[in-house]
Design a protein around this ligand. Sequence first.
Ligand SMILES: CCNc1ncnc2c1ncn2[C@@H]1O[C@H](/C=C/CNC(=O)c2cc(-c3ccc(F)cc3)cc(O)c2O)[C@@H](O)[C@H]1O
Ligand SMILES: [Mg+2]
Length: 214
Amino acid sequence: SGKSRPMRILQYVQNTAVQGDANSVISAVDSYCANVEWAMNVGDKKGEILDAVVLDVRPRWVLELGTYCGYSTMRIARLLPPGARLITLEMNHHYAQVAKQILGHAGLDSQVDLLVGASSALIPQLKKKFDMDKFDLVFIDHWKTSYLPDTKLLEECDLLASGTVLLADNVTCPGAPEYLHYVRNSPRYKSLYFPSQLEYLRVEDGMEKSVFLG
Ligand SMILES: CCNc1ncnc2c1ncn2[C@@H]1O[C@H](/C=C/CNC(=O)c2cc(-c3ccc(F)cc3)cc(O)c2O)[C@@H](O)[C@H]1O
Ligand SMILES: [Mg+2]
């Protein structure tokens, strides 16, 4: 039942996870996607790398590109210091609606602003909309061919400060070759690869952490 995969994930969360307990919602998504049907969440293995980066950066302003069901949104939001904000962009209305409900079940909607629309249209509006200046952390996990153009757009919109961390999912599988080449060869980034595995599978994947140098 449930018309879409995100819908089926939401129903499983609503039926099994503890309302207001983000960790139980994260575990519910992981057990559903590991045992019932695969979905493109960052997952528990790469999720631990994401957690470690969030805890290390202690960001005040976080941007996520590609919300999908809100899994990585929850992982980030549950670790934010008080007063910090996570802005997540999702172009698919249905996915955004599901993510909003999953975030609500986890009790994390107060730290998160979920905007529905394409990143290319929304990124130029963020400074004014949120009265903010620079992001401390950007988690990139949307269409792999959009990683590079959106990184360049973030530079053009002056949304990256010296020290801003970009963390990109899937740089090995499915891969983001143009993005990788750019951040690994540009003098404006210090880049480091974190090997891991594709969510819920024994397939190599990894995340690239790139620090903007200004
Ligand atoms: C147009 C660019 N701008 C965008 N602005 C806002 N939201 C966007 C945008 N692009 C895509 N989105 C949204 O991000 C999400 C897309 C994520 C794309 N992710 C993947 O393709 C992906 C794919 C895999 C994968 C790996 C191995 C396989 F065999 C099959 C799939 C694994 C992953 O972890 C992935 O992240 C959707 O919710 C989509 O609606
Ligand atoms: Mg991904």
